[in-house]
Write a protein that binds this ligand. Structure first.
Ligand code: HEC
Ligand code: HEC
Ligand code: HEC
Ligand code: HEC
Ligand code: HEC
Length: 213
């Protein structure tokens, strides 16, 4: 046995610690990339809703800004779903009396939210925040796709770790002026370019602790 703390064996010990870490982190990551096919990631998933709410009408034809309903999408951790009162200014008594609006009436009389079914869901051990992305000029469209063309919302992106990190490594092509983050079908020619985030910020958002705290 060589002396444990000679400079040389110390180097060897460090090298094998490095190898062990690589194995511990690299293997699960490699396995994850391997198994995250659309069936596993739930990309394309949608959920039947209690009211046939259609984004093509509301966000498409009527061009209501996403934040009219998802109040905290640019200033909170989560985007949020609309309170039932949000539907009332446009939907009069005749609408309210229709069968499709039964859950809306029920919600108003019981003061309980409409039981909308979640489509996107990250595991609990992942930290995510909408406001940071909005302030960084990342659009709803970049992660949720053309919601204005969806009769029923479906999960457009895989939401895997590899997907998150791909953008974090090279975010500039995905950034736009903050006033355009809710625009659907935006073109880079229609706004001034943002100041690049810089190498230090890229390093911060690609370390494990950015998303696993
Ligand atoms: C800014 C106005 C506005 C708001 C706010 C609004 N709607 Fe609508 N909604 C409309 C209009 C206008 C139509 C009808 C479009 C048409 O018939 O072409 C419609 C249509 C609908 C329909 C009928 C779809 C169909 O296939 O017949 C449902 C259901 C609906 N809205 C639910 C909701 C719910 C739930 C909310 C609240 C989360 C809401 N709307 C908020 C304006 C609005
Ligand atoms: C008039 C209100 C209204 C507007 C405007 C609106 N939404 Fe929604 N959104 C809803 C409601 C209600 C739900 C829940 C029912 C459903 O999934 O359709 C929802 C669901 C969603 C979901 C799925 C959430 C989950 O469960 O994971 C996404 C993503 C979303 N909206 C994005 C957008 C984007 C992007 C825009 C703008 C282009 C937008 N919405 C505009 C009312 C609205
Ligand atoms: C960087 C990617 C990304 C961007 C940009 C983004 N979202 Fe999301 N969104 C997600 C993820 C991931 C979830 C699931 C979060 C979770 O499970 O904690 C989500 C969830 C949601 C939900 C469900 C309710 C909630 O808050 O969890 C709605 C509604 C929504 N997003 C709307 C929007 C709107 C509107 C915008 C634009 C203003 C937007 N999102 C921008 C990735 C994104
Ligand atoms: C399309 C590009 C894009 C995608 C996809 C994306 N992000 Fe980001 N994310 C960014 C940008 C850009 C920033 C930095 C914003 C800034 O500094 O202004 C950021 C910042 C963050 C931060 C803040 C880190 C810190 O230390 O402040 C977290 C956390 C984060 N993202 C989590 C996620 C997770 C989790 C996913 C996948 C579910 C994801 N992001 C997907 C572009 C993206
Ligand atoms: C930009 C955000 C982001 C960064 C940075 C990030 N992760 Fe993740 N990680 C995720 C997301 C999202 C998931 C869940 C989705 C999935 O499993 O692909 C995840 C899942 C994992 C899992 C899988 C757990 C399971 O049960 O499947 C491990 C292990 C992991 N991350 C380790 C790491 C390590 C180690 C690093 C640093 C090298 C790291 N992550 C950096 C976003 C991130």
């Amino acid at each position: 046995m060589p002396a444990l703390f000679s400079p040389r064996s110390n180097r060897i010990a460090r090298a094998s610690l490095g190898a062990a870490l690589l194995l511990a982190v690299g293997v699960p990551v490699a396995l994850m990339l391997w198994v995250r096919t659309p069936a596993v990631t739930e990309q394309g998933r949608s959920a039947a809703q209690p009211v046939p709410f259609d984004h093509r009408i509301h966000a498409g034809d009527l061009r209501i800004d996403c934040r009219y309903c998802h109040y905290t999408a640019d200033r909170g951790a989560s985007a949020g779903l609309p309170a039932t009162e949000t539907c009332l200014p446009c939907h009069n008594a005749a609408w309210m009396a229709s069968a499709a609006f039964a859950p809306v009436r029920q919600s108003l009389s019981t003061q309980r939210p409409i039981p909308w079914q979640r489509v996107h869901r990250l595991p609990d051990f992942v930290f995510f925040n909408h406001a940071i992305h909005a302030k960084g000029g990342v659009a709803c469209e970049s992660c949720h796709g053309r919601v204005d063309r969806m009769a029923q919302v479906s999960q457009a992106a895989p939401l895997t770790m590899a997907w998150c990190i791909d953008c974090h490594r090279n975010p500039e092509p995905h950034r736009r002026p903050e006033d355009a983050i809710t625009t659907m079908g935006w073109h880079p020619s229609s706004g001034a370019a943002l100041a690049p985030l810089g190498a230090e910020r890229i390093r911060e958002i690609t370390t494990c602790s950015a998303c696993h705290r």
